[in-house]
Design a protein. Structure first.
Lengths: 426, 426
């Protein structure tokens, strides 16, 4: 007798057959005695199709209209799933973001959740119904539809789990859980049984795509246990929860990599007070993200500033930085998109010095050159050439004793679906 | 400087190109000084696709879920049209049924409008915006999405026109207006410049598909002038409004025909008190519509009861009537779907006796057999064999002096689109 929130992504509801299989799964849970809320994304390529339609009308569609347009994708899948559940003989009710009172700010396209009024969900659960909710969407104070941006449906699920005090928030995906490294690169990667919020956050920040950072933060803030598992099997996946002593104290829990960032270097900038503030203030004003930052030692009153930032914004970032280079009288701007960030993550790093050194040694022995380093309590990240990324991940996975006995088995997804999945994050 | 509500059907917004052309049209109106509210249907075949998706999941989808599912079609087209208007440099805002406060009862699939709170439309118009509204949808008291059924988007447009006291409600369609007969059958059919609500209601009841009965009734009840016109030209179409002396006093304004009904006859039913009540009470209980009714003179204490009813419900009607035949001890049930109803409509019929007789004479001379007759103040309808329908319409059109000089020109629609249009009525 648990209260379960289960989130199913776009590939899990890609067609009527898969929708029926999701229905079967949640009906079984219900009949086993659980109260079930299912959160769904839009079917398969629906969102891409809607984006293409909008692009054919306008190069810069109004963000409010875009949100209304995109929100229809989740409404279609929630209605169909509710029909499929009813077809199996259980009572179901679908509810939109508006109907579950998911109130956000008005930042269309990446709205933040302000509050959630879960009364209607609670009432429906008490009446013995399976509740199906449209992920990714909410409404702002004016009653306009907003969307939550990347990882939005996962965040919806966690927010509901917090709102109704669910026992667990299950995130169904196309992999069996969180792995010690990307199994497509490291065939001996192992599924992690339990991981703390902090480690999972660092995994996500390091590029592990299974769960989005916002969703993990939300779960941590409200103490929601996430169960990240496969929609194609009944096997247990990975529990993401408060650190507790039963968790293995591996020094390194996983290796993550990220090819989505570009590296920018401002060469020979006069080293005066406020230079860094000027550079990163300009990035912030332009609403551009920055990940790692290095400033070299000053030489002859000049210094180099290097940082990484999403490749997706490379053009706008270049524009802003060219202006800054002129304003600061720096020598030049160097840009490369051919970099990878590779990170090792582990709660055990807090008390084990020497982990970072072992990482650098391993990479050096592999002939891999490190251009940037950044560390946190439980993570060490390096920037290396993109072509060395896979090799680096494999070397580190072996060096830190993470290689399992079992070789990873292929998921049921096609190459196109995996690619689509990698490009998205609703 | 008028306030205009303009409704565009599914064929008018079938693809991005047509959406842009609708945007151009309403932007021109705005720039000419009018305040414009556009009401849109779902794009082209969207509704059919959604219905097919639901059918692949369930044979009898839950009506509440079906309404949520279908309502997404209009939300897609309203967002896209708003983007297209913005692209032309005018401010636009799209609003769903919920956002315009269109409150209905809870009869999912064919909800009736209870009230409309047009404040948000008025505010947006005052701010100089073009308002785009999703037709066909509303919400009930519980906040659940409802749809208005056949003719729903037209009804939405008329309700808004009533709510904001618009000067005119323009219904854009794929024909140039209301014709004296279906121009696909009668090439010399003429466009009618003005027609009274009552005549238009009888035309719709007789099978003229341009405007739905509910929408005309709504317009009559709230005194909204409808301008029914082509979305492919700027020519004036047909004004539907309160009868006024400037309207032509043609004895017969038009000829309508309807192939959508079947004829049921209950033979030799014992003629006791309450027999008709029993038959038609059973139909009402099963929520089945009845159009024309005839009861023959009683002979030896037995009578025949004949009625017409939508072919779409022929199976359920047969089921109900078979039960009634047994209960009443009647001899048998005769059913034929091969019938047509042909009607002549005209306000002048009120004061001109002999019109019905002229109709019967014309048909008799054409060798067409009449099996049922029904009349109202301004309409006479007959049921004849389906294969004689077109011939009958042409004969009556000529006999009542309706033939024009000009032969009807083809619309810009393809045969498929015309067929789709004929099968729908959102």
């Amino acid at each position: 007798m648990s209260v379960v929130v289960a989130k199913f992504g776009g590939t899990s509801v890609a067609n009527p057959e898969r929708i029926r299989s999701v229905a079967q799964r949640i009906v079984s849970r219900k009949r086993a005695g659980d109260s079930v809320v299912a959160v769904v994304s839009a079917m398969g390529k629906t969102t891409d199709d809607l984006v293409a339609l909008a692009s054919s009308i306008s190069d810069a569609p109004d963000p409010r209209e875009m949100d209304t347009l995109l929100s229809t994708g989740e409404m279609v899948s929630m209605s169909l799933l509710a029909m499929a559940v009813a077809e199996l003989g259980e009572e179901a009710i679908s509810l939109s973001g508006r109907q579950i009172g998911l109130i956000t700010d008005s930042v269309h396209g990446k709205a933040s959740i302000r509050e959630i009024h879960a009364d209607r969900i609670r009432v429906a659960l008490s009446a013995g119904r399976i509740v199906i909710v449209a992920g990714f969407q909410g409404i702002d104070a004016a009653g306009d539809i907003t969307t939550l941006g990347r990882g939005g449906s996962d965040t919806t699920a966690v927010a509901i789990a917090a709102g109704i005090k669910a026992d667990v928030c299950e995130i169904y995906t196309d992999v069996a859980g969180v792995y010690t490294a990307d199994p497509r690169i490291v065939p001996r990667a192992c599924k992690i049984d339990q991981i703390s919020y902090e480690e999972m956050l660092e995994m996500a920040a390091g590029g592990a795509g299974v769960l989005h950072k916002r969703c993990i933060e939300f779960a941590r803030n409200f103490g929601v246990t996430i169960h990240c598992r496969s929609s194609f099997s009944d096997e247990a996946g990975t529990l993401v929860k408060e650190y507790d002593p039963t968790m293995e104290k591996a020094i390194v829990s996983g290796v993550a990599h990220d090819l989505s960032e570009a590296k920018f270097t401002i060469r020979d900038v006069p080293d005066t007070t406020g230079v860094a503030a000027k550079v990163f203030g300009a990035m912030a004003d332009a609403n551009l993200g920055v990940d790692m930052i290095i400033q070299n030692l000053s030489e002859n009153g000049h210094t180099d500033i290097t940082f990484t930032s999403p490749k997706a914004d490379i053009e706008r970032t270049t524009e802003v930085m060219n202006r800054i280079v002129r304003e600061l009288g720096a020598r030049e701007l160097l840009i490369t998109g051919e970099v990878a960030k590779v990170s090792i993550i582990g709660a055990g790093m807090k008390v084990n010095s020497g982990v970072a050194a072992q990482m650098f040694t391993t990479l050096a022995e592999g002939g891999i050159n490190i251009s940037m380093i950044s560390t946190s309590d439980i993570r060490t990240s390096v920037v290396i050439p993109a072509e060395s990324a896979e090799e680096a991940v494999r070397l580190l996975h072996t060096a830190f004793g993470l290689d399992g006995a079992k070789v990873f088995e292929e998921t049921q997804l096609s190459a196109e679906e995996l690619a689509a999945k990698a490009n998205k994050g609703r």
